[in-house]
Ligand binder design. Structure first.
Ligand SMILES: [Zn+2]
Length: 531
């Protein structure tokens, strides 16, 4: 039997942007959209053009995505015509493939919040869908508070949904805006809607206020809905939205759904899921949830005893799916052998040949364990792991030595009477037989140190000319009894290659220095600089 198509709609960049503490830049939005596009998500909602400068700029020019790039906005205001509503006009001008309108469908909200009549609200839905269709856009209607509205006045909630569908909206999105609806209620109400509107035009948008947004999404699919809306890592206001990172593998790997439905995410793309989930956390400078289903560091970690030995004999004994199907790794926490096989797998991945019986591999494992306990996170710092591995296996040339550095931060009043902070870094480097002293100013201590360090590396200078620092992230951790600073530095070179290095120290300058040094040495090794 042919599988039915089930569509995925991501709203990380719109509803996810409501998350406390999340503030996407334009560059963030473009990078995340590209990641979602590559993953095979059918719809990516980019934001709300007109609501803020970032979103207006995002929709100011066309993008080359395969996904249906979607703009979000309001239906026309009550009492105005569609052609005389600047908000609607701006939305129609947005460079988007689809428009998702939000409309009220709970009669109480129409009267009290919108202060208009039920009829005028229906007319506003109809006119807005019509105007967007006339502009050649695919249209979705977000039915705000649909489930609460349906409980209060089912005829009116349904009438709003029908109005949009009959006017040609591709999807009618049933929103559990307050997130309080339970799975059995969702199944019942979506079932009733699908009797009136075909399920392949019905979408579910669940919030996680009872921690059942994922379950609610599946309940809606069981009842006939054929589009699921959600966000990466469940980002979203309050307790978040339905987590696509949990939904996607369930749809792909659990037979109830995998046998019945096809989604836009391929098996190969599914293997990128853990990476995508972590990349988003890194970008937001948030710690990843170790216990996240499927993609968390602990999702396939087993601690000691009979479980671990059984897992080594046959992994399927304690795993509901294969970890590599979602790009995750099995971890047996206290088994020396499993740790070693992780290290060996990692060495193979970065192209370092190693013999499993080489005693240096055990040493490398010990060092990694010690350092991770001290706050290093080698999973997030590929280049630093490679440097550590190469050093432990004895294959990194000693290109140069930094004998001394000095960073001076001074705050003073300048000639214009303004308070300014000036930073100067001086480094003493020994390259071969030459002693070099370089000084540079920067907008902060790390910037000054970086500039001084890379100012003159003698015969190695030409190898690092194309090196750029593209991101710098700092986190304060509690490792053991003391607070330490972890610095992650992302670098890029003239070939567009990216890598991440790490430094950990109670002192932020020390931590930054370690990460800078690793990045420079990594680049020299990568470029084949002679020893
Ligand atoms: Zn929402």
């Amino acid at each position: 039997m042919a599988k039915e198509r089930l569509y995925l709609f991501d709203t990380t960049l719109r509803d996810g942007a409501q998350t406390n503490g999340v503030d996407f830049t334009l560059a963030d939005k473009l990078a995340i959209a590209a990641m979602l596009d590559e993953l095979g998500i059918d719809y990516v909602e980019g934001g709300y053009p007109g609501a803020n400068p970032t979103d207006t700029e995002l929709f100011g020019k066309a993008h080359k995505f395969n996904t249906t790039f979607t703009a979000f906005g309001m239906t026309r205001r009550p009492g105005r015509s569609a052609s005389n509503d600047p908000g609607l006009a701006a939305l129609l001008e947005a460079k988007a493939d689809a428009i998702c309108f939000v409309a009220k469908t709970w009669d109480y909200h129409v009267r009290v919040a919108l202060e208009t009549t039920l009829e005028e609200n229906l007319a506003s839905i109809r006119d807005s869908v019509k105007a967007a269709k006339a502009k050649g856009r695919e249209v979705l209607l977000d039915c705000e508070h649909f489930f609460d509205g349906y409980k209060a006045n089912p005829q009116y909630a349904l009438a709003c949904a029908k109005e949009a569908y009959e006017e040609g909206a591709r999807w009618v999105v049933l929103c559990d805006t307050n997130g309080g609806t339970l799975p059995h209620e969702i199944e019942e109400i979506v079932g009733a809607v699908c009797k009136v509107i075909p399920g392949d035009h019905v979408s579910i948008h669940a919030h996680n206020d009872t921690e059942q947004a994922v379950a609610n999404s599946f309940a809606a699919v069981r009842a006939g809905a054929r589009q699921i809306q959600g966000t990466l890592n469940g980002l979203g206001e309050r307790c978040g939205n339905a987590n696509l990172v949990s939904i996607i593998p369930t749809l792909k790997l659990k037979t109830e759904f995998a046998d019945a439905f096809e989604i836009g995410v391929s098996d190969a793309e599914l293997k990128q899921l853990a990476h995508i989930s972590h990349a988003l956390d890194e970008r937001l400078n948030r710690g990843s949830n170790r216990h996240a289903p499927y993609v968390g560091e602990s999702a396939f970690a087993t601690k000691a005893g009979i479980h671990a030995s059984a897992i080594l004999k046959d992994p399927a004994t304690y795993e509901h799916v294969a970890p590599d199907s979602v790009g995750n790794k099995r971890k047996v926490l206290v088994s020396e052998q499993a740790g070693k096989s992780n290290i060996l797998a990692e060495l193979e991945r970065i192209g370092i040949k190693a013999d499993k019986d080489d005693p240096r591999i055990s040493r490398l494992l010990e060092i990694v364990k010690e350092r991770e306990a001290a706050g290093y996170a080698y999973e997030a710092a590929d280049a630093s792991f490679e440097m550590l591995a190469r050093r432990t296996l004895g294959t990194v040339p000693n290109y140069f030595d930094v004998n001394q550095f000095d960073v001076n931060v001074e705050q003073r009043i300048n000639a214009k009477g303004e308070r300014v902070t000036v930073t100067l870094a001086v480094v003493k480097v020994k390259v071969g037989d030459d002693n070099v002293i370089s000084a540079a100013e920067g907008n902060g201590p790390v910037n000054a140190l970086d500039r001084a360090l890379r100012k003159d590396l003698g015969q190695y200078q030409k190898y690092i000319d194309g090196l750029k620092l593209t991101d710098y992230r700092v986190r304060i951790l509690n490792a053991g009894t003391e607070a330490v600073t972890r610095v992650l530095i992302e670098s890029e070179d003239e070939n567009g290659d990216h890598w991440t290095t790490i430094g950990v120290s109670p002192n932020i300058i020390d931590a930054s220095f370690q990460a800078l040094m690793d990045s420079i040495v990594y680049k020299l090794v990568k470029s084949g600089a002679p020893a």
